[in-house]
Every structure is written in C-alpha cells, then in structure tokens.
Design a protein around this ligand. Structure first.
Ligand SMILES: Cc1cc2nc3c(=O)[nH]c(=O)nc-3n(C[C@H](O)[C@H](O)[C@H](O)COP(=O)(O)O)c2cc1C
Length: 408
C-alpha cells in the first residue's frame, strides 16, 4: 500500500514537490572565511538529495554581511558569480528534488563576538542571561528597513539565478522578522510597529519584494512561529492572522515552528503537557490554522515515526512533514520511510551528564552541526558521538575561526 508521504504536492505557483517529506533548515555553519559556499556544502546536499526527501531547505543564508547569526554562515551577497553557488543548487536538485534557500537576518540574535551593535525593530535587549552574549541592539531607521527589504529581494533573485528552485523567508525563532512580529521586541510608534497590521508590514513587504524579483511561478515560502511562548509575546491568534494574510497574498508554503533563543520550543523543550504528549510539537496550532489558511502547510518539530507522519497527513492538519535532526544523523531516513519501512528516527534528547553544562551550551546545535560537518567531508554521521566530545570540537573550531578572523 502506498502511504500518504509518497504523494506529490502541487503548490499554488504550480511547482510540484515529488513527495511529502521536507528537510527543514539546519544552519550548516560551513561557509569559507569569506562567507562563500564550498565543496563541503555541495557534498552535504548531494547526500541529502540522494536521501529521497522531496524538498530540501538550506540552513539560513544571510542577506547582509554585516549581520551574521553564526561565524560561518553563507552570505548571499558574497557569492555573486561564485561557481559553487550553482554547484550547491545542482547537488540539491538532483533526482527531481526541490532545493530552497532559507533567507535570514538575525536582528538582535547576533552574538557579541559578531556584532558590536546589532539592529532590531526597537532598542530592546534580550532577556538575562542571554544579554551577556548579545549586545543591546540599535533601532532600525526607516531607510535601513527599506534597505533590508531590498536585500531580501535581491538575495532571492540571486538564488533563482543560481538554480535554486525556491526560497524560504525565515520568519521564526526570534530572528529579525519574528522580532518585528513580536509586541515585546517591536515597540515602534511608526507604521512598522504597534497594531498587528503594522507589525506584519515588514514580512509583507519582504514577500512583495521577493515576488517582484522571482515572478509568479517560483516557490516562495515562510517559516512562521505558531507563537513566541513568552508572556506578552506573539500569540497563536496573531500568528493565524499573519498566515491568513500571507496566504491571500500568494505564499506557496507556510512552515510551522515556534519559539526563539529566549524560549527554544522548536527543539522540543515545551513545558506544556499536551505538547509533550503529541509527536509533533506544534500540531495543536497546525490544526487551528488549517481551518483558516488554504496555503499548503509544512509542520516541523518532533516527527520521529512513519505512523505519526501518516496520521498527521491523514488528518489534513498539514500537507508536508518537516524533518530536521533525524536527517542529520540518517540522511537515508526519507527513502526508508518512503519504502514503507516502519523505521523510527534515532533522535533522542542529548545530555553531557552535567545539568549545569547542559544549560550553558546549546548542545542540540553543536552536536548536530558536527554531524553535518562529517557528511560534508564525505563521512557518515556518528549517532554515538559523545556530547562532551562535540562541545570540545565546537569550542576548538570556534576558537580557530575567530583567531583567524582577528588575524585576517
Ligand atoms: C543544528 C541545527 C541547526 C538549525 N538551524 C536552523 C536554521 O538555520 N533555520 C531554521 O529555520 N531552523 C533551524 N533549526 C531548526 C530545525 O529546522 C527544526 O525546526 C528543529 O530541529 C525541529 O525539528 P526536528 O525535531 O525534526 O529536529 C536548526 C536545528 C538544528 C538541530
């Protein structure tokens, strides 16, 4: 019997995705010193494309070289005419796979060692203890806002020209767009803040500019938070309203996630019992948004079993299943699922064994990033990699990279 994950999906722009499995964005942190794409990224996406998913979304690619989220992000403007950008797109689009570039600006979520003065909708710092690692941002002027909208547009244009088959706006996880949407982080009194209509103006304008550059037949998607999970923050009702607006404007796919650095719900740390009990973290919200929004939905976070994926697609709550960490330790997972195998993802919560160390280090990021780096080198992932070993490796590579930057 053919499962639902094997079905094709036709997007509003008429592009076809060959099945219902999408690799969600995972920042590779693998660019060259001058933020360019390289052979390792090409190898990683060759591997994922062979793994069977219908859609691969790249890790976040920055739209502004002066605003980085991590030291080795790819920056689109640094890759003009670079042959590796085309090779990246080719590697990821083999086997009829879609490969979309996730476009991002981190706003205030740019660490101190990368940004002395990050920018944000308002000059509000992140909560303690994060304010030790991130500087208080400067409020964006209106001219700067228009410049960033244009940058999203030109980065999308470059993605299309290089051969990528779509783009995704990163509107989730507390980065710049999600800061605009949040009543906590956006306290502006001009047309970019205040009412929800004003707070969503920035993503709406970004969407319009991208669409004007890529045309009506090129997939444009957004990753959106179901909520910020903070008192006084962006709520589910507001998120549904934003999704409805973007859907009516012609968005091709909305990926549902949630949380931020301050409340990292996207990694499955929910305090809500009902969330913990369901395989997919944001399923309750997805069921609600489905009632109002016609745009295809991809739900990401927590999927581990074929049964969980099939039941969710069968219920109609979403149209695509987003998979992150499972594909970092098993790039063949989509093929195994598509063949009907009752395989279960090997993703389990990580710990160093020390509660204090677990709170200090973003282990879910460092450990999985190391798996991506292994695949980039042509090696297999190593699911039994020690948590402490991965921290040592990350600190070492961060130290070397920053030393090189200081010198160079
Ligand atoms: C190493 C790593 C890097 C990530 N980088 C990004 C990113 O660049 N953009 C993004 O939208 N989400 C990012 N995420 C979140 C994933 O896309 C996904 O939402 C999350 O891992 C939950 O899905 P899962 O339970 O299938 O892993 C990252 C996750 C990991 C583990």
């Amino acid at each position: 019997m053919k499962n639902r994950i094997n079905d094709q999906l036709t997007l509003p722009c008429s592009a076809i995705i060959k099945n219902r499995l999408g690799k969600s964005a995972m920042s590779e942190n693998m660019a060259t010193r001058d933020y360019k794409c390289n052979a390792e990224l090409v190898e990683l996406y060759r591997r994922w494309s062979a793994g069977g998913a219908g859609l691969l979304i790249t890790g976040n690619v920055m739209i502004d070289a002066s605003a980085l989220g991590e030291p080795s992000n790819v920056v689109m403007e640094k890759n003009k005419q670079d042959p590796f950008l085309k090779k990246w797109a080719q590697a990821g689009s083999q086997y009829d796979t879609h490969i979309w570039v996730q476009l991002n600006h981190p706003g205030k979520q740019s660490p101190k060692f990368l940004s002395k003065k990050p920018v944000a909708p308002s000059a509000i710092e992140l909560n303690a203890p994060l304010n030790r690692m991130f500087n208080r941002p400067k409020e964006l002027s209106e001219t700067e806002i228009f410049d960033l909208i244009e940058r999203f547009g030109t980065a999308a244009k470059m993605s299309k020209e290089a051969g990528f088959t779509g783009v995704q706006i990163h509107g989730a996880h507390g980065y710049l767009i999600s800061q605009f949407l949040s009543p906590i982080h956006n306290q502006r009194h001009d047309k970019w803040g205040g009412s929800l209509e004003n707070r969503m103006r920035f993503p709406v304008e970004v969407y319009h500019r991208i669409r004007s550059y890529v045309g009506p037949q090129f997939p444009v998607s957004i990753k959106l938070n179901s909520a910020d999970f903070q008192r006084g923050g962006f709520t589910e009702d507001e998120s549904i309203e934003v999704a409805r607006t973007l859907s009516e404007l012609g968005m091709d796919l909305i990926e549902i996630s949630g949380g931020s650095y301050e409340a990292p719900e996207m990694m499955g740390v929910s305090k809500k019992k009902s969330t913990r009990e369901r395989e997919a973290y944001f399923l309750d919200y997805c069921e609600k948004i489905r009632m109002t929004v016609k745009t295809p939905l991809m739900l990401t976070g927590g999927f581990r079993t074929l049964k969980g994926m099939e039941e969710t697609l069968e219920s109609g709550a979403c149209d695509m299943i987003g998979l992150g960490r499972s594909l970092a330790i098993n790039p063949e997972f989509p093929n195994q699922l598509l063949s009907g195998s009752n395989i279960q993802s090997e993703v389990v919560p990580l710990t160093t064994g020390s509660k204090m160390l677990d709170q200090l280090v973003p282990l879910e990021i460092t450990w999985y990033t190391e798996q991506l780096h292994r695949m980039g080198k042509g090696l297999d992932p190593k699911p039994n990699l020690g948590a402490k070993t991965s921290i040592v490796h990350t600190l070492f590579s961060l130290g070397i990279k920053n030393l090189k930057r200081v010198r160079g």
